[in-house]
Design a protein around this ligand. Structure first.
Ligand SMILES: NC(=O)c1ccc[n+]([C@@H]2O[C@H](COP(=O)([O-])OP(=O)(O)OC[C@H]3O[C@@H](n4cnc5c(N)ncnc54)[C@H](O)[C@@H]3O)[C@@H](O)[C@H]2O)c1
Length: 442
């Protein structure tokens, strides 16, 4: 259980919260690029400002412990973190995540490479810590089932980061759908192209056998599933991809992936989405990441570009490498605020803050006797709860299986969802024998 949380300050609904801040101690597994972009600015801001809500009152958040492979980044950050925020414990090596989970942290954030999320998250949940996992949460439904089960048994939250759901443009898209302004999506495409520096530099250590679809298509899988999924059921998955730049032409490391996902409405109509991803775009591309979507409805079309939102900038000697020509300031930007403060803000950071607000609500948002009700309320938030990640994880598991078949000379496989043969069933072209990837319903 989350026994380490300092709930010693009595709470009485009639009196409201008292003014002494309660504290959430956080552990961070993985201190790579995404830590630097989103978690670091959140922790640095929260250390100064804390969190506040009417029901939970003031809540302090502190980065208490970190776990990394070698410890180099942990020590490097200790030299640059704001004074007063450098005292975190640092664990290294193969057992680092488990050692971190054994400390008195209240919540653990997992931002290791995607095929290393499961073990770190499982040890955190076993230790009774609220857990936040970077996308893609895990790579198979069996792993997802296990994490959800342990989180439930131990009375803690298990959540996943899908920051694109907090992008104001995507919120507006969903608002139009919820309000019935845009009706009945029929098809669409999304593309997300990462620079070569990701595949060749930053991820070089762990990229063997990996693909950009699992890494980034999940952003759009969740956008589609969360925005449109309540009216239809997941039906089929197909995928193909290209090799030869990051790895060999016949190997199992992918340069680019095209994923196709089909949903079915109860009346038999279908909706199909194509999601194209790559991590071999030239580094002198004018934006950090190229991202666009197009969704076609019975009564409308939604076309959005996450990079070309209106700003175009050129600075001699700095764009397009150090700075980009078409930046996305909504995701994450450093600003001089009108009131003179420096800040770093955006939906990429806001989503981390939301997780800690949800933890604060569970732990401090009312009397201990009502904690189970608060926990249920936060678990019912399908935008980030792990239990609501079934379709995305199912698609990722299918994609990984289809690409694995392709890599051993059997391209063109597809996966059906919730047929009589099982939850996820792999079909090879021209072969009657099927492989059940996941037997229970997805
Ligand atoms: N939300 C987003 O848009 C977004 C963007 C980039 C990355 N990510 C996700 O974040 C995760 C990390 O990506 P990144 O770009 O920061 O990677 P990275 O390669 O820059 O950093 C990985 C970090 O994990 C640590 N690590 C590796 N194995 C470990 C282990 N077994 N135990 C403890 N620490 C370990 C490394 O020491 C390093 O600090 C991935 O799952 C990725 O999909 C999300």
């Amino acid at each position: 259980m989350a026994g380490s949380i300092r709930r010693d300050v009595g709470y009485s609904r009639s009196m409201g919260h008292d003014d002494r801040p309660r504290t959430l101690r956080a552990g961070m597994v993985g201190l790579g690029m995404i830590f630097d972009e989103t978690y670091r600015p959140f922790f640095e801001h929260a250390a100064n400002e804390g969190l506040y809500s009417r029901v939970a009152g003031p809540v302090a958040v502190e980065l208490a412990a970190v776990a990394t492979r070698t410890g180099d980044r942990a020590e490097r950050y200790r030299t640059t973190a704001p004074p007063g925020q450098r005292a975190y414990a640092s664990f290294t090596g193969a057992g680092a995540a488990a050692e971190l989970a054994a400390t008195d942290v209240d919540a653990v954030c997992v931002a290791t490479p995607d095929d290393r999320h499961f073990d770190a998250a499982l040890t955190a949940l076993y230790a009774g810590k609220h857990t936040l996992i970077e996308k893609p949460s895990v790579l198979s439904l069996g792993e997802l089932d296990r994490l959800v089960e342990v989180a439930r048994a131990n009375g803690v939250l298990a959540k996943v980061v899908y920051h694109k759901l907090l992008d104001p443009d995507h919120k507006k898209l969903r608002t139009h759908v919820v309000d019935g302004a845009l009706r009945h999506v029929n098809n669409g495409y999304c593309s997300l192209l990462e620079p070569k520096s990701i595949a060749g530099g930053q991820f070089a250590e762990w990229i063997a056998g990996r693909n950009p679809g699992t890494y980034v298509a999940v952003h759009y899988l969740k956008l589609i599933d969360f925005t449109f999924g309540s009216e239809m059921r997941l039906a089929r998955i197909a995928a193909t991809g290209q090799r030869g730049i990051v790895g060999t032409a016949a190997g199992n490391t992918w340069d680019s992936v095209q994923l196709q996902v089909t949903y079915a409405y109860p009346d038999g109509r279908e909706a199909t989405f194509d999601i194209h991803t790559s991590w071999v775009t030239p580094d002198n591309f004018p934006g950090y990441v190229d991202q666009e979507v197009q969704f076609r409805f019975d009564n409308g079309v939604w076309i959005a570009h996450q990079r070309k939102r209106g700003v175009e900038v050129c600075i001699e000697g700095r764009t397009p490498n150090e700075l980009k020509n078409t930046p996305n300031h909504h995701y994450n930007g450093s600003f001089m605020e009108p009131w003179g403060e420096r800040s770093q803000r955006g939906y990429g950071i806001e989503t981390i803050g939301r997780f800690f607000e949800e933890v604060a609500f569970v732990e401090f948002g009312g009397p201990a006797s009502e904690r189970p009700e608060r926990l249920s309320q936060m678990r019912a938030l399908t935008y980030n709860d792990l239990a609501a990640d079934r379709n995305c994880v199912g698609i990722v598991q299918a994609l990984e299986a289809i690409l694995a078949e392709h890599a051993v000379g059997r391209p063109g496989c597809s996966v059906t969802v919730n047929s009589a043969a099982g939850g996820l069933v792999l079909h090879r072209p021209g072969e009657a024998v099927r492989t059940v990837l996941y037997a229970p319903p997805v």
